[in-house]
Design a protein around this ligand. Sequence first.
Ligand code: AMP
Length: 525
Amino acid sequence: MSEKKQFRAIKGTRDILPPDSALWNWFERKARDTFEAYGFRDVRTPIFEDTDLFARSVGTDTDIVSKEMFSFPDHSLWKLEGQRTQLLLRRPSLQDPLTVHVFRAYVDEFIVGADIALKEGDIPKTPDNERALEIIRTYSDRLVAHFMPTATPLDDPTLQLITQSIQQAAAALILGDIISLRPESTASVCRAYIEHGMHTLPGNVKLYYAGPMFRRERPQKGRYRQFYQMGAEVLGPSDAPGIDAEVIEMLMVLFRRVGLEKITLYLNSIGCKECRPKYVELLRAQLRNVKDQLGADSQRRIETNPLRVLDSKLPQDQPTIETLPRISDHLCEDCRTHFARLKEEFALRNITYEENWRLVRGLDYYTRTTFEVTAAGLGSQNAVCGGGRYDGLVELLGGPPTKGIGFAIGTDRAILSIQESGKSPHLPGLAVFVAWMGPKAYQAAVAIARKLRDCGLIVELPAEEMKFKKSLGLADKLGAKYALINGEDEVASGTYTLKRLANANQQKLAEPELLEYLESERRGA
Ligand code: AMP
């Protein structure tokens, strides 16, 4: 007998179930309302994109691109893929000559299929692909020679070498474009901005998004492989500090509206393409001097991405990092003015913040303003939002010169922090449970349930007849505020009995009074 498999959500992913899902919807509604009040409009981009889009924007030296993306080839060459699988599974041996014949047949078949696909442009004509096919062809010729009457037959080690070489090259052949599940959305929004010529729209383009992101991280509290972000981006010709300030004000207003009180806003400026490279070189030179005092990760980053050393949380690194040169002392005139004006804007808008010179953010595309918000109750993963300015990113992706700034809120963490604060909002639950008995009562129950739902009330109508005692018990378990009792007496008198379940108070009401009473209750609730 086959064992029954227990399916579970994949590691790092999770189900969001009621009642939590109601809190999620409430949070997302608040965010949408806030963003829309500031003139932002919803953009929905695909969940997967060309891998190269993320490699170019987020940066190849970042953790996200180098090890966290869920990537896969996108093609429809299923026949060729099947032939490749067959070829990879074979273990030819001279002990059993038939296995060598079969392997050779699969190799021939694969070469013919791959050649046609390459000629027709179905598989990318990259140097790597052409090299892989060349290797397969070369080793396949040696395999063919084995069967020639005049050639010296192969020995087993040579056959193994040929098999391995062919299989490795076949595995390396890229059958289609490599696509990735999005690890973040700024790159997608910029791609859409360029693709749809949005730079021709009047003023700055203000967009927001909500949805799942994917990173292959080690799961822990507040860190998932599928997580959710809500973010906003401003793209356009202007980089006025007032834009940065308004975006951050909007974020802080949202956090206030959802009751996230114990939060801290950290702010920094990481310069532009004029001053940052000089600072990075200075930092790298200084880091090389103190390399021995740093942990392995930081040591590696000295060469790959020295700014990331400032992100280090390793206790051993901290005293050394404190001695490093600070970007604020090395900003160019324009960046310094931009940062100073941003702080004036903050004063104007009563936004409190802490300056943090080590806030560089992990991604390559940031320039000037960077910010992060941390919240209470989250343990070590306490950042609920990160963002910054990314002038030049659109250009890097092939678009016109464009300024940009945006942020992404980690929705999972924002919700977690609201829950941990113990101040989750009271969300409307089941208002009325319609308890009915008898066919005539059912007819009336169906009609009144529809009317109450039209009034905006949440109503439960059991589809099967139940004794009143059982109905009321179920209504109680479901947390209904009222039971609306409709039995033979009520049908005869054209009324309903409305029972408040918390205190068992009940009153008999005709339909107009009932609707009026519940409608005023709903408005007051
Ligand atoms: P980032 O795109 O890395 O700047 O992240 C922005 C925000 O998304 C962070 O501040 C977190 O709140 C959230 N976030 C990032 N990665 C994860 C993850 N793996 N799981 C849950 N939330 C995340």
